[in-house]
Design a binder for this molecule. Structure first.
Ligand SMILES: C[S@@+](CC[C@H](N)C(=O)[O-])C[C@H]1O[C@@H](n2cnc3c(N)ncnc32)[C@H](O)[C@@H]1O
Length: 241
């Protein structure tokens, strides 16, 4: 049985970041990104209901400010999603942590992510030891995420440019699937590519969605509804036959 949790999400809490910054010798302000990241983990994650030490540690390691466009960098550790171009977003840190905690990937497990975006969620999954396969439908975003992940040394993440509705059958079955764009129904190909006993986190709906955790069983699928969320829509829906 999946564990039911009470999510205490405040989606767009105005973060009161007295940003950690130090003055450089030449006079310009150099931000102390490590301090900002520690504050993000303490206040936005541990301060709510994220309990997994592995997830908290992973989010302490990933330099979120290097996954957002230059003009958004100063806001990288605030308590909100941020624009990354092409009308897409990097998810709010709490949502990344929550989905990761619900999926609880183990080292060596194979994880599919649909919706690479900036590559940040993929990096967090990789810090937990997973082998990550991530798909992005917007080519320039896929290219940018691939370059960022390569530059930061994430060798166990493969980025594919394509439509996640079909999954990535060549590497299936997956232990875990994280869908970070919202379809209006769970794509059947993703269920087919999930191992028996495997878990999928997926926002389902239109304007607002329900974040569901699915477990594939021998007889079908068990579903747990967690909280109301707002993700960008999953695009590129295949035409009905
Ligand atoms: C909320 S963003 C994902 C954030 C991302 N996980 C991150 O860490 O930055 C959703 C992403 O899903 C992508 N997307 C939408 N529909 C898709 C599809 N059918 N296949 C693959 N990617 C898709 C969007 O282009 C967008 O980059």
């Amino acid at each position: 049985m999946l564990r039911r949790r009470v999510a205490t999400l405040t989606l767009f809490v105005a973060a009161s970041l007295a940003c950690g910054s130090v003055e450089a010798q030449r006079g310009e302000t150099v931000r102390d990104w490590d301090a900002e990241r520690r504050r993000m983990v303490e206040e936005q994650l541990r301060g709510r209901d994220i309990r997994s030490v592995r997830v908290l540690d992973a989010m302490l390691k990933v330099p979120r400010h290097l996954f957002v466009p230059e003009e958004q960098r100063a806001r990288a550790y605030t308590d909100s999603p941020l624009p990354i171009g092409y009308e897409q977003t990097i998810s709010q840190p709490y949502i990344v942590a929550f989905m990761t905690e619900m999926l609880r990937p183990e080292p060596g497990q194979r994880v599919l992510e649909v919706g690479t975006g900036s590559g940040y969620q993929a990096a967090v999954l990789s810090e937990l030891g997973a082998e990550v396969f991530t798909i992005e439908i917007v080519p320039p975003l896929a290219d940018r995420a691939r370059a960022t992940l390569q530059r930061l040394g994430y060798r166990k993440i493969q980025v594919r440019t394509g439509n996640g509705y079909a999954g990535w059958p060549e590497h299936a079955p997956y232990d875990r699937i994280a869908v970070t764009a919202a379809p209006d129904a769970v794509p059947p190909a993703l269920i087919d590519q999930l191992k028996i006993g495997g878990l999928m986190a997926i926002p389902v709906g239109t304007l607002f969605q329900e974040l569901r955790i699915l477990r594939r069983t021998a007889g079908g699928v068990e579903t747990l509804s967690t909280m109301r969320v707002r993700f960008v829509p999953m695009t590129g829906k295949p035409a009905k036959p």
